[in-house]
Design a binder for this molecule. Structure first.
Ligand code: KG4
Ligand code: ZN
Length: 315
């Protein structure tokens, strides 16, 4: 990695209590050209034509925003004679841990926990990633954000709820443990959010609710991940996505993977949430496997991913 840059939009959306898609797309259009120029200057790259391969996220995600990045990147590749790779966002999160072919010990069990997804994957290599199960309703990050919003914590609430939880008693508030069976590789978080609302309206304290909620979500995530690891005789465990910044999750994973003799790969906190480095690493993995790989210029943005195999390169 030579240089990276992340442009957040919190100031645009916080007044609305969540991302407004139309505003997000427009902001991307305004920010992107300037950000690229600054990044290239910082990296000591004089001309964009020095770049051979351009990669951008194709999906899943908010299509309006994705189209801005995708169209810009295709145009950059086309106009400079470079190559273009469309990258799957979920695969990109997992590739946070890609540092060249031998860095992860396979087979591996992987947990992707973000604002839009909660998925368990079994991996026998970087090019063989199969979905074992996902959430039936809300994603874990979404549950964190909605729970925070119920208690008026602000946006985005996941990190704020994590901070508040440090001051509470994790056993003070009774909350359900939805789909708690560790053998079932599926999740459900929407009922938990409703239970939080009832407890909050009944007068339970914010810090105690935050701590109890965090304990239950973390326990569900870690138990199911480790059970999958055992069932698939995994040697290592990969965790990625915005929620992997959660401090209790990181702590519990450290303890329980250590006890189970599993090698744990956690992203640094500043690379847990969305960033471009993970997209670059996914592109590097694609090219390591096939040096002539590329996506067609017809590669389109997409909102949802529903498949049982996760592939980094989109067509
Ligand atoms: O991966 P990401 O940046 O974007 C998506 O692809 O969704 O994940 C964002 C999610 C948000 O829901 C945010 O609240 C959550 O990650 N998040 C956290 C923490 N930091 C970010 N959730 C719990 N604890 C945190 N410390
Ligand atoms: Zn993400």
């Amino acid at each position: 990695m030579i240089a990276e840059s992340v442009s957040g939009q919190q100031s645009v959306h916080e007044a609305h209590g969540g991302v407004v898609p139309e505003l997000a797309s427009r902001r991307h259009l305004e920010v992107l050209p300037l950000q690229v120029s600054e990044l290239l200057a910082g990296a000591g790259i004089d001309r964009i034509g020095e770049i051979g391969v351009f990669a951008a996220t194709a999906g899943p995600g908010l299509v309006g925003s994705l189209l801005v990045g995708l169209s810009w990147t295709k145009a950059a590749a086309w106009s400079t004679g470079g190559r273009f790779l469309g990258i799957n966002h979920l695969a990109a999160h997992l590739h946070t841990h890609y540092e060249g072919p031998p860095s992860v010990e396979f087979p591996a069990a992987a947990l992707l926990v973000s604002g839009g997804h909660t998925c368990l994957f079994g991996m026998s290599s970087w090019s063989d990633i199969r979905l074992e199960g996902s959430t039936r309703d809300d994603a874990a990050g979404e549950a964190f954000d909605k729970t925070a919003k119920i208690m008026g914590l602000g946006y985005p609430g996941g990190r704020l709820l994590d901070l508040a939880a440090d001051h509470g008693d994790p056993y003070a508030v009774r909350l359900p443990v939805p789909l708690g069976d560790p053998d079932l590789p599926e999740f459900s978080f929407s009922g938990l959010k409703t239970a939080v609302r009832l407890q909050w309206e009944a007068g339970a304290g914010l810090d105690d609710i935050a701590a109890s909620f965090r304990r239950i979500v973390v326990d569900i995530l870690v138990s199911k991940l480790l059970r999958l690891a055992r069932r698939t005789s995994a040697r290592s465990v990969l965790v990625a996505g915005g929620v992997s910044a959660n401090r209790l999750l990181r702590e519990e994973l450290g303890v329980r993977c250590g006890r189970a003799g599993l090698r744990l790969h956690l992203p640094p906190v500043d690379h847990a949430t969305d960033n471009a480095v993970m997209v670059g690493r996914a592109a590097a993995a694609v090219l390591d496997a096939d040096p002539s790989a590329s996506s067609p210029t017809t590669c389109n943005a997409f909102a949802r991913w529903a498949d049982d195999r996760l592939v980094a390169l989109c067509d």
